[in-house]
Design a protein around this ligand. Structure first.
Ligand SMILES: Nc1ncnc2c1ncn2[C@@H]1O[C@H](COP(=O)(O)OP(=O)(O)OP(=O)(O)O)[C@@H](O)[C@H]1O
Length: 255
């Protein structure tokens, strides 16, 4: 898997600043005065139990949810691009036109070709989305996201519908893209291993608040299966209500 070049320096400029963000749906408070800064180049994984508000936070940062403010403040410096679980590419446009979508002029065909080459899809420019595999469709979505030169990539479980092998390839590709372009990333996932492999920093959301916020030095020095990796994995799984007693023991949940 590609390595990622270092942790974002604490003094790197702030790409996203969230202050006192609150979101209620009726009586339910999903986000409760959340504060979060993400620095340029930082790769943040956002974990939490189902329904804890991960997507709500991501949608608020993407400004897809105008009602999410609650008197708080949100600033994002530069462009942001969003990746969803489904690629959201348009079936009636070729791969190249999907990547160019929303970009202004013909010059962008060259850039779109280069973006496609950058995600390993050279030769697929004229293909229709329906002939692409799920992983290839997500590559198109990633190429399209990169066309905006985003300072921030917001990703909501973008690989969760893919088979295990394709998923590992896409994780590797995303790390390469991150090392090349250095956007800030906020990446929602249910998968603790995925978070540990990808992210410089891991956040766990619980009861509307950030419950855990730690740097992840592991991916720089130790891989999957190392003792450091396993220890941090268990610590986060316990926060999510999953207790792993010993390597060979079955997983039990506490709720
Ligand atoms: N538009 C909406 N209207 C009413 N309730 C909503 C709306 N969007 C989200 N919610 C509620 O807010 C809570 C948080 O939802 P959200 O999708 O952010 O959770 P999540 O942590 O991303 O969950 P999952 O991991 O299952 O995808 C849930 O209880 C959900 O039902």
């Amino acid at each position: 898997m590609a390595s990622n070049s270092g942790l974002a320096a604490a003094d790197a400029p702030i790409a996203v600043s969230v202050r006192n963000l609150t979101r209620r749906f009726g009586e339910q408070t999903v986000l409760d005065a959340v504060d979060l800064d993400i620095h340029a180049g930082e790769f943040v994984a956002l974990l939490g139990r189902s329904g804890c508000g991960k997507s709500t936070l991501l949608r608020a940062v993407a400004r897809l949810d105008a009602a999410a403010s609650g008197g708080g403040a949100l600033s994002v410096s530069g462009q942001s691009s969003v990746l969803f679980q489904d690629s959201r590419i348009l079936p009636w446009m070729t791969v190249l036109d999907n990547v160019r979508l929303g970009t202004p002029d013909d010059m962008d065909a060259g850039r779109a070709r280069r973006a496609l080459a950058g995600v390993g899809l050279s030769g697929k420019e004229s293909a229709w989305p329906k002939v692409l595999s799920g992983g290839e469709q997500q590559r198109v979505a990633l190429a399209r996201a990169l066309m905006r030169n985003p300072a921030l990539i917001l990703a909501d479980e973008p690989f969760s519908a893919l088979d295990a092998l394709t998923r590992m390839r896409m994780q590797s590709l995303l790390l390469e893209v991150h090392a090349r372009h250095r956007p800030a990333v906020l990446f929602v996932t249910h998968d603790v291993d995925e978070a540990l492999v990808l992210a410089n920093r891991i956040i766990v959301l619980d009861a509307g608040r950030i419950h855990y916020d730690r740097r992840n030095p592991l991916k720089l020095s130790q891989g999957r299966g190392s003792s450091g990796f396993e220890a941090m994995r268990r610590e986060i799984l316990a926060l999510l209500g999953v207790r792993v007693a010993a390597a060979a023991d079955p997983i039990t949940t506490t709720h």
